[in-house]
Design a binder for this molecule. Structure first.
Ligand code: SAJ
Length: 441
């Protein structure tokens, strides 16, 4: 008599298993299309009707997913968009790709994972495999999801249903590593869970890295992103030290980067933005606090990184001072608002902090960003439009602050028209290393 595991493995192998992807954002939609392209029938579930309406029309709202692919999959019935969670009842395999932000207090906000789990519980049945992809603290899959899914149920994990964690590794805009070819770590509550979840992902993803538990998979993701946050914090502190030493930190880093092994280049900047790096490590430090352990590297790096906007503003103040100008009343143009170059994403962007601090100190602030036409500061409530005429804004500004060095800018033209430039991204390192109008971080 075949076991539940055998039956599910067979459905996965012959692609009759029905897949549900909960959350159709920058992680869930690419995942849904990869499984659809692999030949599975996929239900793309999202409570946001706007997303579902767009998908039903065959339209993509995610840069990494083409409208052609969505149209093809929706037309062929391989991708069925819906806002109705009841469709989970017919799913054999479910991936949960919901947001895991931070609360205003800095603590993890697990409401999306909790509500997804509560919905899933209504439709949990024997022969189902569930994989959580949302970045979260180690233990979430076992302590939070498994507990909720099994309370009052006689279904046994690892026997009747299978539960695992697999960290998303989506880097929006990247073309070399995609959802399909990105090595995918996956670890289950039990060995059988790891087997089934790995087989599930093997059905559509080229390289599945099976680990022994959900905690290992959760922790691997946190190491990946804490590694970046701590190293960015290190080079930001190097910038503070080099400034005191009167040494060019950018030249120091370029020199160190000539080491052909044992070194990885990071660069200082105005702070840490994005939906992953500033946030994920704080899920780890929060969890360790509950175990009476202080994750000192994370806390220190976070302190240094979050102080960089203030450091940038104090450098701007000092530079204006050299022209006997006070920051209060000066015209300041912030160049580049997105959290990193050549994208339009403003999540956790340090530009928001730089602008808020400049406004606090009485500066007359304008910003320009070719990718970000409008800014809304959700905490302070102010709104700004990108300056309509870049060179006019550069010319009238007492100082231009390069916060995000988009490649679209003609830095030579900006230099020619600017009065003063504070360059927080080394946009001028090669172009004008010794120009008296330019000071770099
Ligand atoms: N930053 C620096 N100095 C650096 C690198 C980054 O100040 O040397 C800043 C960026 O300007 C940005 C923030 O840190 O504000 C985060 O930058 P990031 O390059 O880490 O970009 P993200 O947030 O898009 O990170 C994503 C991550 N992908 C996932 O979490 C799935 C990360 O793991 C990738 O390594 C990264 O993309 C990448 O390599 O592009």
């Amino acid at each position: 008599m075949p076991t539940t595991k055998d039956t599910l493995l067979k459905k996965i192998a012959d692609k009759t298993a029905k897949i549900a992807i909960l959350g159709q954002g920058y992680v869930g939609l690419p995942l849904a299309t990869v499984f659809g392209e692999a030949g599975y029938e996929v239900i793309g579930i999202d409570p946001d009707r706007r997303k579902i309406d767009a998908l039903e029309k065959g339209q993509s709202y995610i840069g990494d997913v083409s409208t052609e692919i969505v149209t093809k999959l929706v037309k062929s019935g391989k991708l069925r968009p819906t806002a109705d969670f009841a469709n989970l009842a017919e799913a054999d395999a479910v991936s949960i790709c919901v947001p895991t932000p931070l609360r205003k207090t800095g603590d993890p906000d697990l409401t999306f994972i909790v509500s997804a789990t509560e919905e899933l519980k209504k439709y949990l049945h024997a022969g189902m495999v569930i994989v959580l992809e949302s970045t979260t603290y180690p233990g979430t899959t076992r302590e939070l999801m498994l507990t909720k899914l099994t309370e009052g149920s006689d279904l046994k994990v690892g026997k009747d249903f299978f539960l695992a964690f697999s960290p998303e590794r989506v880097d929006p805009g990247r073309e070399d590593w995609t959802t399909k070819n990105m090595p995918k770590v996956i670890g289950g509550i039990t060995a059988d869970c790891s087997d089934v979840a790995a087989a599930f992902y093997h059905g559509a993803i080229d390289n599945v890295v099976r680990v022994s538990s959900s905690e290992v998979a959760e922790m691997a993701k946190l190491l990946e992103n804490t590694f970046r946050m701590v190293n960015i914090g290190l080079v930001n502190e190097m910038a503070l030290m080099c400034e005191r030493l009167g040494v060019d930190v950018w030249e120091v880093i370029d020199a160190a980067a000539t080491k052909p092994f044992g070194f990885m280049k990071f660069t200082p900047g105005p702070g840490l933005g994005g939906h992953c790096i500033p946030i994920d490590p704080l899920y780890l430090s929060w969890k360790l606090k509950s175990l009476n352990y202080t994750a000192r590297f994370i806390e220190l790096a976070s302190e240094i990184n979050t102080n960089m906007p203030r450091h940038v503003v104090s450098r701007v103040q000092d530079l204006l001072n050299t022209q006997s100008k006070s920051l209060n009343g000066s015209k300041v143009l912030v160049l580049g608002a997105a959290y990193k170059p050549d994208i339009d994403d403003m999540r956790e962007s340090p530009a928001l902090d730089v602008i808020a601090l400049l406004r606090e100190k009485g500066a007359q602030v304008e910003y320009h960003d070719p990718h970000v036409p409008h800014i809304h500061h959700e905490f302070d409530g102010w709104e700004m439009e990108s300056a309509p005429d870049l060179y006019k804004a550069v010319t009238v500004a007492d100082i231009v602050v390069v916060v995000t060095n988009h490649t679209a800018y003609d830095y030579a033209a900006i230099l020619e028209k600017a009065n003063l430039i504070f360059d927080a991204r080394n946009a001028y390192g090669k172009l004008a290393p010794d120009n008296p109008k330019v000071e770099r971080l």
